[in-house]
Design a protein around this ligand. Sequence first.
Ligand code: G3P
Ligand code: MG
Length: 373
Amino acid sequence: TFATSARQASSAPPHPVAFSFDIDGVLKQGKTIVPGAIRALRYLDGHNKYKVKVPYILLTNSGGLSEEIRTKNLSVELGTKIAPHQFIQAHTVLTSLSEKLGKERVLVVGGPNHAITAVRKCMRRYGFEDFFLVHDLQAADPTSWPYSPLDQDQLRSIRKYNRTFSQKFKAVIVFHDSRDWGRDIQIMLDVLRGKDNVWGTLEDQQVLGTKPQIPVYFSHGDLVWGNEFPVPRLGQGAFADAFKAVYKAVTGLDLQYTTFGKPSKLTYEYADKLLKDQIAQQLNAVPSGSNTLTEAEAPNAPAISPTTPDKLKVYMVGDNPESDIRGGNDFGWETCLVQTGVYKSSQGQPKYPATMIVQDVEEAVRTALEREW
Ligand code: G3P
Ligand code: MG
């Protein structure tokens, strides 16, 4: 069989292993590549004791640009091809909302302040047709948020979208981390307390509490995240907490909302599917007629043999116990907690125990492969 021949050619691994890598705090610190990250991925590209390709995906709560743009940039930065089907970011799962909300008027919040066109393209790719960014509303009436006016670069990608907003908004989607909390909280609050959710109007306070609130979605809930700064930075979870506090103070109501991203089960289910699709694709890549692989072909051979796909062991490598380790543990994956991001051993034992606590992603990969193979 394939497994036997591969074992003869390069003594195939006893069972398949796969990895799911977080990005911020694991492979990158802000714009900087973590030392050892490139070597870690080379191990998985075939430079390991069985000379097999170990499947992996990148699973991140970061975002802002399309999966195509992000994976193209990451392929250059990490020195290996990262395909869009190996990549899940905070807002990738928004496609799951488009059936219900694709034709509804949706307010889109967050994402890079100077990549407004890229955010629009992303949302259209996900199947949304009638959405407006906070920037569009602010451009339509600058007095809505006078403290941080839009600059010429932003206005250039907005002018043609400048339409009246008399229609009702049906949902609010926080596409990614807000870059202007004050403006975004203000505009989100306007829409949620508008009469019939029409921007620039005000629902009667008593009525507001009796009507169903329109849905609010956050693309992830990270309270903090790790970049080059020595102390973790506030993330979208902190923004959500701020919004909830303002919404409560102004309306007296508790916000109803849904949070995607890690550690949500939906996100890990999506990641699991991508991994298994990738493995199936690798298996099919082995020419069905020729079960024997030459040594040269071995590095491209899958680390999974047709006989043991159910024994797949997945390792989640992350820096944030609350999202990476908790989500991986809950999904039944092994977990590696690195110390190049949010978590540091000086903080004591993490709230969510990992299979192993290691220094960095290279140690995580080496230790996991030694542990399994
Ligand atoms: O905004 C991204 C940040 O919250 C975490 O990103 O890659 O560590 O999941 P990541
Ligand atoms: Mg991280």
